[in-house]
Write a protein that binds this ligand. Structure first.
Ligand SMILES: Nc1ncnc2c1ncn2[C@@H]1O[C@H](COP(=O)(O)OP(=O)(O)O)[C@@H](O)[C@H]1O
Ligand code: SF4
Ligand SMILES: [Mg+2]
Length: 322
């Protein structure tokens, strides 16, 4: 089946602080996301998940690589007028619903702004579109007159979702859309996104730092470690039988719903400090310092992402592909 979005060998470098080497936030990442599917993207903090989302949305400039949308290369410079139409098709829901909404604008103004910027996308009355979207995300039409600070965190995220969807995009990047919210409202926001995805036939990249969050909403899951894609495959198979030692560690750290399994499982590894990402061009496998299987080859040769007959990909020298 054809991919709506294809990422080919994408690398992003950020300038290092003072004299430090640049930070290699994304290192030759390749990923294809089928139209109408949900791809979960997981990895610890600092692994490059937001950078990948922002590069797809045109908010950061890649150093190398290519992005294809519907088979067409996305232009590098996203602000050019000819990019407008494609830009509309890709939208982003941010992690911090408070920080990403302009506090000086009313909700109605926030939602009408994308319609103003893309007039061809939005013929007709903006006010009507705004009230329809407020209701669609579970708010009320009269909320258009209120400012972001008058809402709860969950309500603000509903506004963030309406703002992303009002232009009727085809591809939406949800960057940890619930991690800043109270546990009590997290499920409501996930359900809202799942409902809207079905109704609007959206394709989603769903970013989370924790596998437990994405496993039930994703068709496929991609796992990143320090800027590299280390494993990718169907969500159920990947969670049932993770191949990469890092994915295995993520699964082992997941809370288990079954108390019997919880009692008998081996002790979970202690949380580790976030690694230092300021190295310049690292050789070998980046997971080697934490991997129980690491040997001399791992430390010197970068493992290629290999593909199995069962539609799974993994970057590890010592995994036998299923
Ligand atoms: N604007 C920036 N300038 C410099 N370094 C950055 C910037 N944004 C992110 N980074 C660095 O890039 C790496 C990846 O960050 P990020 O994509 O935010 O990871 P994640 O979303 O997985 O937590 C981290 O080492 C982070 O410190
Ligand atoms: S390549 Fe080596 S160090 Fe890297 S994950 Fe595989 S076994 Fe571990
Ligand atoms: Mg992030």
């Amino acid at each position: 089946m054809s991919a709506l979005l294809e990422v080919r060998g994408l690398s992003v470098l950020y300038p290092g602080a003072r004299r430090a080497a640049p930070v290699r936030a994304l290192d030759e990442v390749s990923l294809a996301i089928r139209a109408g599917s949900v791809c979960g993207l997981v990895g610890e903090s600092g692994s490059g998940k937001s950078t990948l989302g922002q590069a797809i949305a045109g908010l950061v400039e890649p150093a190398h690589g290519q992005l294809l949308f519907d088979g067409q290369p996305l232009p590098r410079r996203r602000r050019r007028a000819d990019f407008r139409r494609q830009a509309r098709a890709i939208q982003m829901v941010f992690q911090d619903p408070g920080g990403s909404l302009n506090p000086r604008l009313t909700t109605g103004e926030i939602l009408a702004e994308p319609l103003r910027l893309h007039p061809d996308a939005a013929p007709g009355a903006h006010a009507e579109r705004v009230s329809a979207w407020l209701q669609r995300v579970g708010l009320r039409a009269e909320h258009a007159a209120r400012y972001p600070h008058e809402f709860s965190g969950g309500q603000r995220q509903r506004i963030g979702i309406a703002r992303a969807l009002i232009l009727e995009p085809r591809f939406v990047i949800c960057d940890e859309p619930i991690s800043a919210l109270d546990v009590s409202v997290q499920a409501q926001i996930v359900n809202l996104l799942a409902d809207l995805r079905r109704e609007l036939d959206l394709t989603l990249l769903f970013i989370a730092h924790d596998l437990a969050m994405v496993r039930h909403v994703s068709d496929r899951i991609a796992v990143m470690y320090r800027g590299r894609l280390v494993e990718e495959g169907p969500a159920a198979a990947l969670c049932r039988a993770p191949l990469h030692p890092y994915t295995q560690r993520l699964i082992a750290a997941m809370p288990l719903p079954d108390p019997c399994r919880e009692r008998t499982r081996r002790h979970a590894p202690a949380p580790e400090a976030i690694a230092d990402y300021t190295t310049d061009t690292p050789v070998g496998c980046l997971f080697a310092p934490r991997c129980p299987l690491a040997d001399a080859r791992c430390r010197h040769e970068r493992p290629a992402l290999r593909e199995s007959g069962q539609d799974r990909r993994v970057a590890c020298h010592h995994v036998t592909l299923p």
